[in-house]
Ligand binder design. Structure first.
Ligand SMILES: Nc1ncnc2c1ncn2[C@@H]1O[C@H](COP(=O)(O)OP(=O)(O)O)[C@@H](O)[C@H]1O
Ligand SMILES: [Mg+2]
Length: 350
C-alpha cells in the first residue's frame, strides 16, 4: 500500500505555542512511519510558516526555528490542484502533495477554525474538527448558547464588548452572584481569566480579559468540581472515560494545568458509574450540538447536587502521552499510539 503524506502543523501564532510544541512532538514520535510520511510545518510565535526537516527533538526544546538550514519558508496553497504545501526555496518553489493535515495547534489561529478553513479551501482532509466546529467551540459565549439550546445547563453569564462603556459593568452583572469568572470569549490555557470575589475588582478583570479578545464573558462560579470527557469520531463515536480535576486552591490556571502543583487529575473520575454515564451522554450531546467532528474533549462542572453544567469544548486537546484526552481514551482501550494513528486514519481513510 502506498504511504500517505501527512502534514503536522505545530507551534502557532498563539499564547499556547509552547503547549503545541509538546503535543506535536508526542504525535510525531507515535505516528506509524510504515504508513505515513510526515511533513513538518512549524508556525513561529509571530506567525511565520516554515517547512522543517530537522530533528524532532528540537521541537519541544523550541530550538527548531534557530536551525535555519532545516527551515524553508512554506505555505499551504489554497489551490486544489497543488493540494499541498508550496516550499519557497531559494532555488524556486517546489510542491509537496498532502493526503491530510493534522493541526496540532492550540488556541487562536489554529484551534479556532482559521487553519481548518484554509485546509478546507485547499481540499486537504483535516484531522479533528472542521472550520465550523472549531470556531463554535473557540467562542465560549457561542458555545454556551448552543449547549443551552441542546438542553444542557450552562453557567449564568453576562457579556461585555470592548466598545461598551465600562460604566455599564455593574448594571450588566447586577443579577449575577459572586464569585464571578471573567474570561476572554476566545482564549485557552486560562490566559486572561480572573476569579472575582469583590465587585470593585471587576473593571480590572475585564481589562485583563480584553487584552486577549474584544468579547468578554462574565460567569457565575459553579460549585463542585470539573470533569472532562474525551470523544472521538464523526459518524460513529467512541466515548472515553470521564476524568476529574481535584483543586485544592484557586482555579485551574495555566500553572496548575501544566505543573499540577496543588491540583490532581483523577482518571477515572471518582463518581458513580451512573453519573459517569450521564457525563458521557452530556458530552455526546455537546459534541453534536457544537458540530464537532474527529475529536474533542468536553469539559463540565459537576455540582454537589450532581448537576452537570457545561463549561467548554477543546477541539484540539493536549496530545502529550500524559495529557487528559489520551488518558481518557486509554481508559477504553485505545493507547496513545493507537489513538494518534486512528485520528489520522479517520481523516485520510485506511
Ligand atoms: N463558571 C466557572 N465556575 C467555576 N470555575 C470556573 C468557571 N469558569 C472557569 N472556571 C475555572 O477556570 C478554568 C479555566 O476556564 P475555562 O473556561 O476552562 O478556560 P480555558 O479555555 O482557558 O481552559 C477552569 O478549568 C475552572 O477551573
Ligand atoms: Mg478549560
Amino acid at each position: 500500500m502506498k504511504k500517505k503524506t501527512i502534514a503536522i502543523l505545530f507551534g502557532g501564532c498563539s499564547t499556547e505555542y509552547p503547549v503545541s510544541l509538546q503535543s506535536a512532538h508526542a504525535v510525531i514520535t507515535h505516528l506509524d512511519r510504515a504508513k505515513y510520511n510526515l511533513v513538518l510545518l512549524g508556525i513561529t510565535r509571530d506567525g511565520r510558516w516554515l517547512y522543517y526537516d530537522g530533528p524532532a527533538d528540537d521541537i519541544p526544546a523550541d530550538t527548531w526555528h534557530q536551525n535555519t538550514a532545516h527551515c524553508t519558508p512554506a505555505l499551504i496553497s489554497p489551490d486544489r490542484e497543488t493540494h499541498g504545501l508550496l516550499l519557497l526555496a531559494a532555488a524556486g518553489p517546489t510542491v509537496i502533495r498532502l493526503d491530510a493535515a493534522f493541526p496540532v495547534l492550540h488556541g487562536k489561529n489554529g484551534e479556532d477554525g482559521t487553519v481548518q478553513g484554509l485546509l478546507e479551501l485547499a481540499g486537504i482532509p483535516v484531522v479533528g474538527c472542521g472550520s465550523l466546529g472549531s470556531a463554535l467551540c473557540m467562542d465560549k459565549d457561542v458555545a454556551h448558547r448552543l449547549a443551552a439550546s441542546a438542553g444542557l445547563a450552562v453557567p449564568r453569564s453576562a457579556l461585555f464588548h470592548a466598545w461598551e462603556n465600562p460604566g455599564l459593568l455593574s448594571d450588566l452583572t447586577a443579577g449575577l452572584s459572586l464569585p464571578l469568572f471573567v474570561k476572554p470569549a476566545r482564549s485557552g490555557s486560562s490566559f486572561g481569566i480572573t476569579r472575582v470575589t469583590d465587585r470593585t475588582a471587576l473593571p480590572q478583570a475585564v481589562a485583563t480579559a480584553l487584552e486577549h479578545d474584544d468579547k468578554v464573558i462574565i460567569e457565575e462560579s459553579i460549585p463542585g468540581f470539573e470533569v472532562g470527557c474525551a470523544v472521538l469520531g464523526t459518524e460513529t463515536l467512541t466515548v472515553g472515560r470521564v476524568d476529574e480535576i481535584e483543586l485544592t486552591k484557586g482555579f485551574f490556571d495555566y500553572t496548575e494545568k501544566y505543573q499540577l502543583l496543588t491540583s490532581k487529575i483523577h482518571m477515572p473520575a471518582r463518581i458513580s458509574p451512573k453519573d459517569e454515564a450521564r457525563v458521557q451522554e452530556a458530552a455526546v450531546t455537546a459534541y453534536r450540538a457544537l458540530c464537532c467532528t474527529g475529536c474533542a474533549r468536553v469539559d463540565f462542572f459537576f455540582t454537589p447536587e450532581g448537576t452537570i453544567v457545561f463549561n467548554e469544548i477543546n477541539t484540539i486537546p493536549g496530545f502529550t502521552s500524559h495529557s487528559r484526552y489520551p488518558a481518557m481514551m486509554a481508559g477504553v482501550g485505545l493507547d496513545f499510539s493507537a489513538l494518534v494513528n486512528r485520528l489520522v486514519e479517520q481523516a485520510v481513510g485506511t
